[in-house]
Design a binder for this molecule. Structure first.
Ligand code: 13P
Length: 262
């Protein structure tokens, strides 16, 4: 399908990593990185480091995201951070439903959908993560798993294109995360195409055409160019490599997607 109308999106998920000084170094490097006009870049430091990153970041081509948010607003929820706080702090993005939160913190697709609705209501855009485990892939259940995960979000957002415009779908096969085993081009394209067709049948063709579906799982400077060229891959959610200088190369891989940017 035509990727022309979908701005290439590169997210850097720093996960539970960093010190004040490593954040400063990463932001320094990002401040001097050149961001192609047709690429949107978002980095997600830990909650503790967000304010530091905001203070230091000067590169206008980069936005900051949180890695999670509570399902509701402020209140007696010890240890949590609400979307109200993210919005108040000027954050435009949040990652929700990462597989590490689904598996380690037992977040269900229903909770992820509820969080999505709440964050969007507060004006915080959502990178919603979905993906199958190795056992699910080997059992031939990949399409079923990812469409069910996305289906919960779709149940809440319906066919409201204005809501879907604020959502980026990140397909992150669990077996590819942090393993060095990146999905092959065929595997990635197949799932992304399945997700787009599913959106077309279950929301609208307009939503299917305009929603960005990005890939995550062992993305590196070496494999990003091939993956970026796939028709239904609209960007990346990068873990480990977003903490390294090669993140700048991954950002650049999106520039080839839109010939008008050259
Ligand atoms: O989980 C990821 C991004 O959210 C991917 O992590 P890696 O790039 O380290 O495999």
């Amino acid at each position: 399908m035509d990727g022309g109308s979908r701005t290439f999106f590169v997210g850097g998920n720093w996960k539970c990593n960093g010190t004040i000084s490593s954040v400063d170094k990463l932001i320094d490097a990002l401040n001097s990185a050149s961001i192609p006009q047709n690429v949107e870049v978002v980095i997600a430091p830990t909650s503790l480091h967000i304010a530091r990153a905001q203070e230091k970041l000067q590169n206008k081509g980069i936005e900051i995201s949180a890695q999670n948010a509570w399902v509701k607003g402020n209140g007696a929820y010890t240890g949590e951070i609400s979307a109200d706080m993210l919005a108040d702090a000027g954050l435009k993005w949040v990652i929700l439903g990462h597989s590490e939160r689904r598996s380690l913190c037992h977040e269900s697709s229903q909770v992820v959908a509820e969080k999505t609705v709440y964050c969007l209501k507060q004006g915080v855009k959502v990178i919603v993560c979905i993906g199958e485990t190795l056992a699910q892939r080997e059992a031939g259940d990949t399409s079923k798993v990812v469409t069910e995960q996305l289906g919960e979000v779709a149940k809440s957002l319906g066919s409201d294109a204005s809501q879907w415009k604020q959502v980026v779908v990140a397909y992150e096969p669990v077996w590819a995360i942090g393993t060095g085993k990146v999905a092959t081009a065929d595997q990635a394209q197949e799932v992304h195409q399945t997700l787009r067709s599913w959106l077309s049948s279950n929301t609208s063709s307009e939503i299917a055409q305009s929603t960005r579906i990005i890939y995550g799982g062992s993305v590196s400077a070496k494999n990003c160019t091939e993956l970026a060229s796939l028709p239904d891959v609209d960007g990346f959610l990068v873990g480990g490599a977003s903490l390294k200088p090669e993140f700048a190369d991954i950002i650049k891989s999106g520039s080839a997607k839109d010939p008008s940017s050259k």
